[in-house]
Structures are given as structure tokens and as C-alpha cells.
Design a protein around this ligand. Sequence first.
Ligand code: AMP
Ligand code: FE
Ligand code: FE
Ligand code: ZN
Length: 273
Amino acid sequence: MDGKADLHLHTTFSDGALSPSELIERARQAGLTTISITDHDHTGALDEAAAFAASRGIVVIPGVELSTIVGEADVHILGYFINHRDKRLQEYLELFRSERRKRAERIVGKLNGMHLPLTIAAVLRRAGTGSVGRPHIATALVEEGLIGTYQEAFSKYLGFGKPAYEKKYLISPREAIALVAASGGLSFLAHPSTFVNEKVVQELIDAGIDGIEVVHPSHSPELVAHYSGIVSEYFLLASGGSDFHGGKRNDREVIGKYFISTEYVDMMRRRLR
Ligand code: AMP
Ligand code: FE
Ligand code: FE
Ligand code: ZN
């Protein structure tokens, strides 16, 4: 029987609010049967998730979300069915995470220059052992009483093109696709609507991307139909999920509302064979 699959979820190993076990429990309550945990530049959730999911009858597909850049646009690549014990993959993820820490320091420096006395320690405390990102900085700004709201942190300082914006470590989508393939996985273009440029979609198809994330909270029904069309046209795989970050901050309760049939996961497994 077909079940519901949500292949885009975050935990405390990146910018999510829930531990792997808490997330799986929520996924189960939301009626999902298959999930993928796709933390930014981190696979630390996967072992705990596999152990806990087995006891709850949930299938967990190993995943990761990588940030790449095309021109000025942030393009996210999801990797599924990766071997997260692959040494080269882990070396890259460690590099990306150390670059994220340096970037967080640069952002804090810029904020300090704008008379916001935030410390890097306050930011890193909120990231714990996970990948540090702008959500941790925004949360720290709010909780330290330096700014009113999480959204304001992005619209005034941290968002793309704002005064405290800093780029992450730059890799191309082609490199990310190669990295995922080398660790035995399939790569998917995440939430294409967030950069809206059909030329980039075409470039990624030419670069050998395996599929597109068709279902995502940022996609209208028209966009879902549009990306499904591209998937069919180029014999790609389709993915989808909620991009749930744990229901804190400005994250809506999207878990269980954005999913794909597990039939699509079966198609991925067949492509891997
Ligand atoms: P980072 O990986 O550090 O670049 O942070 C990216 C994350 O920040 C995204 O996954 C979103 O959760 C959040 N984010 C980025 N831009 C905005 C924005 N304009 N408003 C709110 N959240 C944002
Ligand atoms: Fe995120
Ligand atoms: Fe993303
Ligand atoms: Zn995500």
C-alpha cells in the first residue's frame, strides 16, 4: 500500500528545533510513513533517526541539503540515499560547516558595527553541535533583546542584499551533484520557486541532476504542475516535502501537509539499482 513521504525535514543538527527522535514522533503523528532528514551540511541526525524510526515503523531515507550558488542566487541541492559514512562526503561537510562558522563571525562583526552587541558565543550556543546558520543569528538577536522579531532580523540585516548579509562557502551545483553521486546518492533541486529562473533549472538538468523537488510549501498548485511537467519531459525523478524546521520561529505547522506518495520513493530506489 502506498504511504505518505515527506523528504525534506530539519533537526537540531542544522536549523531545526526538534531532535531526530522528536521529529520522527511528530512525523508519525502526522500520518507519514517515510521521511528523509535533510539537515544543512550535516548528517549527524541519521544514526539516531535510523535507530528510533525502526521502533516506530517509519522508513528514514538518509539525506542532506547542500547550499550552492549560481550567479547571485542561492540554489539548494538535496541529496538522498547518500552513504553518510563516506569519508570524502564527511570531509566536505566538515569544510562547509567550518566555513559557516567563519561566516557567522563575519555577520556578527557586521552587526557589531551597526551597534548590535551580539556575541558569536551567543550564536554558537544556539547552534550547539549542528551547522550554524542565519536562523541561529536571528534567534539570538531576538532572545538577547536586540531586535523585535525573527522576521525583522532578516528583513533589516540578514536577508539577501541586506547590510549584514554574507555569502556561504561557494560551490557550484555541478560540484554538489558530483559529491552526492560519489557517495552513492541521488541529487534533487530543492524548492526551485525560491530563485525562479528557468535557465538555472535547465543548467542543472544539463549538469546531471536526478530530480526536482516538486512539492514544497512555497509552490502553488500551478508551480507543482509546472515542475511535474519538467520532470516528465526530461525523465527526471520527483520529490517533495514540508521543509519543516520544528514549528518555532516563523515556521508554520507544515509537517504532514506537504508530501508525496511513497511510489515516488520506489521510483528513486529503482533508479539507484
Ligand atoms: P543559511 O543556511 O545560514 O543561509 O540560512 C538559510 C535559512 O534562513 C533558510 O533555510 C531559512 O530558514 C532562513 N531564511 C533565509 N532567508 C530568509 C528570510 N528572508 N526570511 C526568513 N527566513 C529566511
Ligand atoms: Fe533551513
Ligand atoms: Fe533549502
Ligand atoms: Zn531545507
